[in-house]
Design a protein around this ligand. Structure first.
Ligand code: AVJ
Length: 322
């Protein structure tokens, strides 16, 4: 796979973001994208097969069932861009369906080089498909894909697994508007959105009995130790998953078990935590069934189809740029 990587120093950027997030005057926070280093990406792969976390299985079931209709959007020689390709496992169904009819250019866009490599390994054997990976933020990557696509080539954007749920509602709407401006009329977007469900079920999905999600969350502190020479003692923090009823999101926090001071040399930072104080590390917003349709409409898409999984309420939305 050909890969276009970013040139800026990722460790410096990480240090700057850690500094900004941990010196906020109110709630401390860290950007959720940093959960996905090699260890975090591997832990998420485990989360996706846990009994409590039905989200990935629902996504996969819907993609498998509706791959032909989803792929049918891309007539003629096609291009597929995937935002946050992860392991590439569930994309396989769609790509194979498309490749039966035509040559496909597949452009995974990922900030994690490991995930990109995993995805190339997983999907590299599909005939009639070329892969060019972009180690970029989503919209930057999409702009590059847009610049490279040939005239007359239809583009299908995949944004699966309810990754959009990591944005709050206004940011999700803004993201779809920006995406729409990069696309051409007739291009399509397959968007996976996790739906609202009973709170105990949601909390179990983000605080599983094996402790994998806790490890996934705590790994962010371990990563700061590894990459920024910090001295977080992991036992002094605990995983906390809670439902925020106003935002309708599940939030992950890391709670300090005691008063303590931590130093992060490569971010030039010494930071104190009060007992019970938390670092907010991720939000996963849950949607009502028609909410994604409204957000997409406001951004300039029309809805071609929506498929819902009955076992684990989750919606796969097929939108077309107007
Ligand atoms: C990969 C962002 C969809 O929010 O459900 C899983 C990440 N965090 N368990 C999600 C996650 C905790 C996941 N997404």
């Amino acid at each position: 796979m050909l890969t276009h990587a970013i040139t800026a120093d990722p460790v410096l950027e990480f240090a700057a973001d850690v500094r900004t997030g941990l010196t906020l005057s109110g709630q401390k926070e860290l950007p959720s994208k940093y959960l996905y280093d090699d260890v975090g990406s591997a832990l998420f792969e485990v989360i996706s097969v846990l009994p409590e976390y039905g989200l990935t299985r629902a996504d996969e079931r819907l993609l498998q069932l509706h791959r032909d209709e989803a792929g049918g959007q891309v007539a003629g020689p096609g291009a597929v861009a995937e935002l946050g390709s992860g392991s590439g496992k569930k994309t396989r169904w769609i790509l194979k369906a498309l490749c039966r009819r035509q040559h496909v250019s597949y452009f995974p866009i990922e900030i994690s080089p490991t995930a990109l490599a995993m995805c190339a390994r997983e999907l590299g054997d599909i005939d009639c498909m070329s892969i060019v990976g972009f180690e970029r933020e989503y919209l930057d990557g999409l702009r590059e894909v847009e610049a490279r696509r040939r005239d007359g080539q239809n583009l299908l954007v995949l944004f699966l697994g309810s990754t959009i749920g990591n944005f709050d509602r206004p940011a999700a709407a803004g993201f779809l508007r920006k995406m729409r401006r990069i696309l051409r009329p007739g291009d399509s977007l397959l968007l996976g959105t996790d739906l609202e469900k009973p709170i105990p079920q949601l909390l179990a999905a983000y605080d599983d009995s094996l402790g994998v999600t806790a490890a996934f969350n705590l790994n962010l502190l371990a990563r700061i130790n590894r990459e920024l020479d910090a001295d977080f003692i992991l036992e002094r923090f605990e995983h906390d998953a809670r439902f925020n009823p106003e935002a309708r999101s599940v939030e992950m926090h890391l709670r300090s078990r005691r008063n303590q001071v931590v130093t992060i040399p490569r971010a030039s930072l010494t930071i104190s935590f009060r007992a019970g104080e938390t670092i907010w590390t991720e939000s996963s917003h849950k949607y009502g069934r028609t909410e994604p349709l409204q957000i997409a409409k406001d951004a300039g898409f029309f809805c071609k189809a929506q498929w819902i999984d009955q076992e684990w309420p989750f919606a796969e939305n097929l939108f077309v740029a107007e």
